[in-house]
Every structure is written in C-alpha cells, then in structure tokens.
Design a binder for this molecule. Sequence first.
Ligand code: MCN
Length: 790
Amino acid sequence: MGASDFSKLPHIGESVRRKEDYRFLTGAGQYTDDITMERQTYAVFVRSPHAHANINSIDLAAAKAMPGVVEVFIGKDLEGKMGGLPCGWLITDVNGKPMNEPPHPVLALGKARHVGDQVAMVIAETLEQAKNAAEAVVVDYDPLPAVVDVRDAATGPQLHEQAPNNHCYKWGLGDKAAVDAAFATAAHITKLDLTNNRLVPNAMEPRAAIGSYNRATEEYVLHVANQNPHVERLLMTAFVLGLPEHKVRVIAPDVGGGFGSKIYLYAEDVALTWASKQINRSIKWTCERSESFLTDAHGRDHVSHAEMAMDKDGKFLAMRVHTDANLGAYLSTFSTAVPTILYATLLAGQYTCPLIHVEVDAWFTNTAPVDAYRGAGRPEATYLLERLVTRCGWELGLSQEEIRKRNFINSWPYQTPVALQYDAGDYLGCMTKAQALGDTAGFEARKAASKAKGMLRGIGYSSYIEACGLAPSNIAGALGARAGLFECGEVRVHPTGSVTVFTGSHSHGQGHETTFAQVVAARLGIAVDAVDIVHGDTGRVPFGMGTYGSRSISVGGAAIMKALDKIETKAKKIAAHLMEASDADVEFANGEFTVKGTDKKVTFGQVALTAYVPHNYPLDKLEPGLNETAFYDPTNFTFPSGTYICEVEIDPMTGKTRVDKFTAVDDFGTIINPMIVEGQVHGGLVQGIGQALLENCVYDKETGQLLTGSFMDYTMPRADDFPEFKIDNICTPCTHNPLGTKGCGEAGAIGSPPAVINAVLDALREVGVKDFDMPASPHRVWEAIQSAKA
Ligand code: MCN
C-alpha cells in the first residue's frame, strides 16, 4: 500500500485518545521502582565528591560491618571480569586515525574523573542500610586540578593517558579548499561566535534498574528505565560482560520520559546485572534527583565559530564552521555521533548554500558525559545556522523573512553539500503560513505599544530542518555506527481477530500504544481497541533498535506496515480458500475480503478464525496461523521542517524576557494522531524555549563542582513561563516510507532556541546590544543592556 492510499484510511489523522493514559492517570503504570523482585536488596553508589582525583585507597571494613550490608564492590573487584563501557559510534579523525577511545570502567579504577563518578557499590537489605553503609566507605582521594570548560580542555590537566591533550578527535566534512576560494571572492562575509549551553535532561522518572539472576536457568533479568532495551542488552553482553545474549533479558517497563538520556548503557545497569549473580539476590537501585543531575548524560555544550560568504544580493555562497564539543569525562554510548554526523550534516538547513566546510574538535573534560538530548546535534546545527542567517540579513539590511526567501531550497529532491538528500518539503509555504498565523503584519504596531510602556519588543524567525527516522543502516554503518539502525515489528493476529503487535520501538511518553494501534487498525479495518502494542522486553519482542531520533513511527511503524503486508498476503490466500476463488481475484478493504466482480465476501475476523481452526483447511498448501515478522531498514532519513516565529517583550529595567507570542508551523508529512503530535510539539517547544531562557548547567571552573545541581539552581520551565502556542502544520509526505510520515518528537526543541534568541537580539538591538547568547536570564539580559550603554 502506498503512502497516499494509507493517509486516506480510517483512524489516520484522527485524534484518538491515548489508550495508555488510563493506567498512567489512575496510578496503575508500572515503572521500574514500582517493581519488587523476590529477595530483593538495594544498592547505593558511592560517588566521587571531586571533579578529578587519584584514588589512593578505599577502606570498606566499616561499611561491610554495618547492619544489613550484603556486599560492597569496588573497581578492583570487577577488574579482569568485564570490559569497560563501550562507545557505540566510532569516529575516524580527519587524519584517518580512529578517535581516541579511553577506557570507561564500570566502577572507577585508580582515578575519578568527574563529580559523581561511581567509586563503589554498596548492597544491603534495605535502602536505608545501604545509604548508611555508603557513608561509612572511606575513600582516600588525592585531588587533582580539573578542567570543565571546553575552551580550556587542550591546556587543562590530562584526564586519560589514551587521550593526549584531552582530545578525542578532529572530524571534518566538506571541501575546505572550495569553501576558502568562495570566501576569497565574496561580496560580504558575516561572522558569529556562539555557545550552545549545556543542559541536564531531567526526565520526570529518574533512572532506575533492578538486576536479577536465576541460578536454575542461569539467566539474568535487568529491569531498567531505558529507551533501548535490545541495544542495552547487545552492548552489555557483547562488549562488557561477555555473556551469551539469550541469557540476558532486558525489560524496560513503563518509563517516565527519557529525552535521549535513557538510550545509553550506564555503568549502574552493568554493575547491578553482574552483581546479582555474585550475591545471588536481586538488587534494586533508583537514582536520586541530585544523583541524576551529576550522572545522567548531559546535552549540548558546543562552542562554535561560523562564517557565511554571500554575494551582493545576500545569496549564500559558502559557509565555514568550527565547533569545539565537550564530551565530558568519558565517552557515553552515542556521544561521538552527536557533534559529527547528527550535527554537521544538518548545517545546510533549508538553504541552497552550495559549499559548506565543518570541522569539529571533541574534547574530554571533568564533567558528566555529554550525549544525545532531545534533538541531539540538530538543535546545535539549527541554533548556529538560524542565528547566522538572521545576522546575515541584518548586516545586509534585509528582514528575517527576506534573507530566508532569497536562499530557500524550492525544489526536491535536493542534494545538500553535507551528505544528506532531502526528499520533500515546502519551506516557503511553511514560513508563509507561520507569518499569517503569527500575525507578523501586526508586529510593528505591537512594538510601538510595547515602546509606549517602556518595554522592548523583538521578533525572531527560525526555519529549521532535521533528519529523523534514524537511520538507514548503510549510511549509519559507513559513518561509524557499530550496529544497523533498522526496526523490527511482529504482528500476531489472534483467532478472534484481535491483534497483538510486538515492536522494537519503545514508548516512554510518545503514545505508541495508541498511534501504532491506529496504524494496524486502519490497515486491517478493525477497532483501535482490538490492537495491543507490546514493547520494551527482549523476552517478548523479537528484536529492536529502540526509540530516539524521532524514528518510531517512520521506522518502527514502517516495520509493522511491512509485517501487515505479509499478513494481508497470507490472509488473502485464506480468504480465497473460504470463497473458493483464486488468490489473485481477492481484494481487501475496510476489514473485508471480496472477490473481484462478485458479491462474495468474508470478514477479517472470519479469516483469522479460519487460520487457527483449520476445518477444511488446505493444510497441504497453507500453514495455519496468522503471525508475521518484518524488519524495515529505511532508504533515507525523514526530513521534518518548519518555521517558528517568536515575539518577546523585555523589561529593560530588570532584563526580564517574556515570550509574548510563539507560532510554530511544522511539516511532519502524514500525521497519524494530530493530538499526540501537538503534544509532542508543545513538549519540544517547552524544552527549546527553556534552554533559550531558563535552563543552564554550570560547573565551577576552579573546582569542577556542579553549581546547578538541583532545581533550586537549575531553572526548569513551568507552564506560566509560556504563552499559548499557536501551532499548525503543512503536509508534504515523506516519499520513501509506506506511511508518508516524518518524525515529530524533537522538532520543537530543535527549532525554538534560535527563534527566541533572534527575538531577544531583535529587541536588544534597539538599545545597542550587538550580540547575545543563551540563556536569556534576566541578569544576563540586564548586563547586556548595561554594557551596551557603557
Ligand atoms: N506521530 C504521528 N504522526 C507523525 C509523526 C509522529 O502521529 N507524522 C506520533 C507517533 O506515532 C508517536 C509520536 O507522534 O506516537 C512521536 O513519534 P516520532 O516522531 O516517531 O518520535 P518517537 O516516537 O521515535 O519518539 C522519540 C522522540 C525523541 S527522539 C525524544 S528525545 C522525545 C520525544 O520523542 N522524548 C520524549 N518525545 C518525548 N515525549 C515524551 N513524553 N517523553 C520523552 O522522553
């Protein structure tokens, strides 16, 4: 079935209420911490209070003697028994060498490299006993100088022997010589320095895990708040524990948000799994919020310099970018892919810039590891490009609309100079719709009204594009991924015609139990409630590559569609048998099989029953049962795009910035469930605007201590920080997946930060401020105004 036929099916484009919400809203959800295993113990991790320190000795005598203590493990106990935590993405340096990949021990060995680095695991009968005993562990540290700012990494104290000057890799993309030549003859060059501030993910449910071991079957079970259970198992068994994969079952039950931070194989997951066999007991660990701040993989933290060369009419000729990326103290699972292929390949944006050269230096510092956080590389690319484009316009005296119009891509497919080929879009159409919805025509009047009150008002545009549906395995493999990024779906039709689907995608808030059911119900002509979706269990789902990169509907959903194709083919054979017709004459629509040119028909339910109750069934030609599995590997990424327009009002006396209007028009191709998509856009906008205005992760430069280690210091956005968003869509279906869908789960977080900062700068230009970077906290805005005055 083609994407355009699919979009016309019942249930597609319907705001079906979320099936999963009843259990969440009535407290019946089952998160990892809600689960209690038999003979369960509790673990607490002793963590380094220093950003960088040699560990001279660890004295466990007092801790082991504490009431209820079952065991205490330190790095030396694990040495030789397991490998280090692997990085799933190898980057080749510009010189053709592999990146520097220092070891990442499960428990620190000899040295702690960031505040919160895990040094010991204390296991006791109760959580209180484990906490008390953890305090009795005596670690003799020898503190060392620390480096936290990526700009100081090269000259800072060395973290790893295997990474001289704290350098992980220098990576590049594009034709430097051609770019330099274009710059040499350009009519105008615009330059910009930017910092993309570090963020802490802060999912509502903190990380949690329970490791268990069954001596009889010699099987491990890990319950874990994770977005990616099969990959977690693969990395843990193949790279760290050296176990046969079928002896480890990873279950990710209900998960309360991840935003990328739960894709990774964390040290705690491995330690709990391994130790469960050593003590022959289940071990539960639930991260505390302050521990999350210190140890969840953080996001962003780029420092960049960008330049655009233009002709006299503002047409882009070439762009060059240099970025320093902070990787933190160790390589997290996908960290190396974020500042490279997920970032640099998006730097063409929506524009026809023919030449782009990007160079990225990635560095280790004494901070928590940095990895993918909602958008992963694409928000960083969009922030840089959309800030640069706006500045290009301002320097040439062109409006934010005009500079974009002069450079928008307007025919597809479009091959960018940074590897990606966009399949479909309508960038001008999207911007025009956003301008109408956001009443940009009325901006000057609103600005005058603000001025009359002594306030500054600014407007900011951002026309983003992102690559979702991660990822075609060939492309990912060629670019260094250690695994293909296909997806798997199994459709099991039961004799009564109801259906259970087993998907390798994982839902941790995105509503898959509803939208995937809509897809299946639409295809089979049955009720949405007749379809159940199972995910997050390596013991039940054949295989899966998990959820990230807004891939689930476009890759996971497409795998289910492929399995449904197989179901339809087999079901037609059964229907042909029932109607005594040839397979070729059987048609299927709206849950009914008919024979061309006759009034014969049988329902999907009758066919399902026949598949399992083989009365008069042609067993010699057709196997009983109606159960199919498919793997889908996309041929390209999907390319959601959109234009966001933000209007801010700033009080110059206090620096307080208020987002007064925010308009978002996106192109997600075919939309399965508009209500869920709208919710996804809302969530993304809150995270993106949150980064631009409020959220900022700060380490102390001298001591390496995390200064924003709690919600008292790290400002989480709240509902009253935002106006009512104006949201709409256009639709250019994705041309290469059977649903026509493009991902929507990250768009809001990708497109919104530059819209906000462009608006802030537009307002501050009035009072002479020339440059400004995130976050636009009152103090920073006030300071910028004061320095412009001085
Ligand atoms: N959808 C749709 N029509 C489309 C596109 C999507 O109806 N054209 C629906 C999908 O069926 C799905 C939801 O929208 O129910 C999001 O789909 P998709 O864009 O495929 O994204 P994923 O399901 O793969 O989710 C991942 C994405 C990412 S990468 C982050 S980060 C993120 C996000 O989703 N983390 C989230 N949204 C989140 N939402 C919640 N509540 N919690 C998180 O941790």
